[in-house]
Design a protein around this ligand. Structure first.
Ligand code: HEM
Length: 135
């Protein structure tokens, strides 16, 4: 459940990015950049990044209160069928997003809202456990 103030900030962000169509475009670029990234690109091998961007777009619109139904997986279950996402990899995603949003000229308050939203999933997305192998 998204709080009323987060929902309000996210709906402003969607406006500032050019509505749902603008949001989708930014997310397509974001996933395309992650896909080509030397550090986290391997997660997306063989995946349809436009389709993931589409779900992510819907996910943000739902959290912004702009659509009523989200048809994708939730962030906790979406990443189960892949290698664990580590802290540095999560940080890399945040950096790519920050750079992209500044390059697109999005106002700082909108960038801050988006980054805070991403950060709120750090604990569900990042796997902190380490496997200790027997000698
Ligand atoms: C470094 C960080 C991340 C990586 C490498 C990553 C990677 C991926 C990949 C590869 C998929 C596709 C899964 C598949 O089709 O089998 C996916 C799906 C998804 N991711 Fe992430 N992700 C990251 C962070 C996040 C964060 C922070 C969120 C939440 C805001 C998120 C939300 C989702 C959701 C909702 C889906 C499912 C979409 C669907 O139902 O198809 N991810 N992610």
């Amino acid at each position: 459940m998204t709080s009323a103030s987060t929902q309000h900030r996210l709906s402003l962000l969607v406006d500032q990015v050019g509505g749902p169509a603008g949001l989708r475009e930014v997310l397509r670029d974001f996933y395309s950049e992650m896909n080509q990234d030397a550090m986290i690109g391997f997660f997306f091998r063989g995946k349809d990044t436009d389709a993931i961007a589409e779900k992510q777009s819907e996910f943000i619109l739902k959290a912004a209160g702009l659509v009523t139904i989200y048809t994708g997986k939730n962030p906790a279950s979406a990443h189960l069928g892949m290698p664990p996402i580590r802290m540095g990899q999560f940080n890399r995603r945040i950096q790519i997003l920050k750079d992209l949003l500044s390059k697109k000229g999005l106002p700082q308050d909108a960038i801050d809202t988006w980054i805070a939203f991403e950060e709120s999933f750090r604990n569900v997305v990042v796997t902190r456990t380490v496997q200790i192998l027997p000698p």
